[in-house]
Design a protein around this ligand. Structure first.
Ligand code: ZN
Length: 588
């Protein structure tokens, strides 16, 4: 991902960075582990009546039983025994109360005694049919706060009307609009385009909206706000510029409000670099927009389809694993949009390229895991795009019902889930998927032995480079992938994939070693976000729990404004929305 490469360069110039960024970016590395946190980790939003329901209790001391209380009736409704489990994050116990299906508001306490004298009580949680769906309006609402180029009443005045001047020539190019990407004011294409993808996918998945859902019109309007900027970022050759205000020399110097007057010293810069990955995401987004706007605004749909075709024709459609996956996703959208034979053939070529990048055998002297993706000679580690190769194969599987290879595409995704995702997720009590595999340590810190010469970390290495952070987007993207694959599975397998999908989201929603929700306004015990210009944003999702050198979880709950764990970021919000939408579509 470009932002990562960009920030990697910062490590070499910390003095420059300190001068330009000020203290918040240099907040001390988060030190706080879960030692002082609550022991009970349960999803604060709650559970669907039919879903598996678990809470994780850190440690194995204290009571061997738990009690679930109906808070409304103020009475105990279920008692059970805690089940000790081994976990990579230390000894733990599981409370399984899946058999409780009656809708209501509940609370779990440790022990079999009364509520008042329990050594610890959980955050109250609902059992209800809409516990996830009811979060959608709040999380969609996050994007309005992040709008650039317009006034957002109660948040900020019209901003950055002077974006931007080219880094290379100094020429002014109207690139106003879009969304601020994170807890800052910068506008990265690769990541903010995911917002529009998610809004349009949400509209697609919620084909039959219910009262309380974001309306299809509102989703199109928000997507169009962002897309107006994205369309301005396409150069005459069809290719797409990289960012506005990303910083001039890998620094944070463009991260400020401006006077809105073009040609003055505070104008921000447009980075005219053009990469395959940016073009691939742009092409997929514009084809998706063409399909979702087709009935509401045919002229706009035709415009986005034309932009998509120019980007498609202007690129080689070759590159990294992430770029290849996004080209494959673009091909699948085009097949749905027009059915032109060129896209069938190119979709099949791109799928073959993805299969060639999958480690299908038990490599590295072990017979435990396989099916993960490679990027060159190393396993693919990319917290934003980690699920994209498998998502792309599923998209092509759906788009090309007569392709002879489609069974092989589905089998490749199944191998990834069965022989990589599930065995790794089973190694911790919370069921989360680690961020990646390594074939050798890349820095002087813990890389957990897996089997043979394979190593893994739940969290990005912290001593390898300046840039590391929490990866809620990686978890939400896997929730999406598991939901998408569950749609193609049957019987108990379908339910198991679905349950594992929810566990990725539950970590974000409070089922974690800190017992903390990581979404502002939903659940409790959130840290204050690293959001230096507009403060709290309801529905904003933080980078989330990261790791220390020992690969144990850390989270800044001490108001250091630590960006690594607490900064808002587009990919988390985007994949959360898309995942919840896909899970809701499974429910019919
Ligand atoms: Zn702005």
């Amino acid at each position: 991902m470009k932002r990562r490469r960009f920030l990697t360069t910062l490590a070499a110039a910390p003095a420059v960075l300190a001068a330009q960024q000020g203290p918040p970016e240099f907040a001390p590395v988060t030190r706080e582990t879960a030692a002082a946190a609550p022991r009970i980790g349960v999803n604060h939003f709650g559970f669907l009546p039919e879903a598996a329901k678990t809470a994780v209790v850190r440690g194995q001391e204290g009571p061997a039983e738990f009690t679930v209380w109906d808070v409304g009736a103020w009475r105990p409704v279920l008692r059970g025994r805690l089940r000790p489990v081994a976990s990579d994050f230390g000894p733990a116990q599981l409370a399984d109360f899946s058999r409780l299906r009656q809708p209501g508001l509940y609370q779990l306490s440790l022990g079999a005694g009364d509520h008042e004298h329990s050594p610890e009580r959980s955050v109250p949680f609902f059992i209800a049919a809409d516990v996830w769906r009811r979060t959608l309006p709040t999380v969609v609402g996050y994007y309005r706060y992040q709008r650039c180029g317009v006034a957002v009443p109660g948040v900020h005045d019209a901003c950055h009307l002077d974006d931007a001047r080219r880094r290379d020539t100094g020429e002014h190019v109207d690139t106003t609009g879009g969304w601020h990407d994170a807890g800052d004011l910068r506008k990265w294409m690769d990541t903010t385009m995911l917002n529009a993808v998610a809004l349009l996918q949400l509209r697609r998945c919620l084909a039959a909206p219910r009262p309380g859902d974001p309306s299809g019109e509102a989703l199109l309007e928000e997507a169009r706000h962002g897309n107006t900027f994205f369309l301005k970022m396409q150069d005459r050759d069809g290719r797409v510029w990289h960012d506005v205000a990303g910083g001039l020399n890998g620094d944070n110097s463009d991260n400020h409000w401006t006077d809105n007057v073009t040609g003055t010293a505070d104008d921000r810069f447009l980075n005219p670099e053009k990469t395959e990955q940016t073009a691939a995401i742009f092409t997929a987004l514009q084809a998706l927009a063409a399909r979702e706007f087709a009935s509401a605004d045919p002229a706009y749909a035709a415009r986005t389809l034309a932009a998509s075709r120019r980007a498609w024709n202007g690129s080689s459609r070759r590159g990294s694993t992430a770029a290849t996956a996004w080209w494959a996703l673009a091909a699948a959208e085009w097949i749905g949009a027009t059915g032109e034979p060129e896209f069938h053939a190119e979709g099949r070529r791109l799928a073959a390229e993805l299969l060639a990048r999958q480690q299908a055998g038990y490599a590295y002297d072990q017979s435990h895991v396989r099916g993960y993706w490679m990027d060159g000679a190393a396993p693919f580690v990319d917290i934003v795009n980690s699920a994209a190769p498998a998502l792309a194969l599923l998209a092509l599987h759906d788009a090309l019902p007569r392709a002879p290879e489609r069974r092989a595409w589905l089998a490749a995704v199944q191998t990834y889930l069965e022989d990589y995702v599930r065995p790794l997720a089973a190694r911790n009590a919370y069921g989360i998927v680690p961020t990646g595999l390594y074939t050798a340590p890349l820095s002087d810190e813990t890389y957990r032995p897996l089997a043979g010469s394979l190593l893994y970390r739940y969290f990005l290495p912290v001593r390898r480079q300046f840039w590391w952070q929490g990866a809620n987007c990686h978890l939400a993207a896997h929730a999406l992938l598991l939901a998408r694959f569950a749609a193609a599975a049957a019987g108990s397998a379908r339910e198991e994939y679905r349950a594992l999908a929810y566990r990725q989201l539950e970590w974000i929603a409070g089922a974690n070693p800190f017992g903390a929700s990581q979404i502002t306004g939903l659940g409790v015990r959130q840290p204050y976000p690293h959001s230096r210009f507009v403060g709290l944003i309801p529905g904003g999702i933080m980078n989330g729990i990261a790791g220390n050198a020992a690969d144990q979880p850390v989270l800044d709950r001490e108001l250091r404004l630590d960006w690594r764990t607490c900064e808002y970021w587009s990919p988390h919000v985007a994949y959360y929305l898309w995942a919840v939408a896909a899970l809701e579509s499974l429910r019919g």
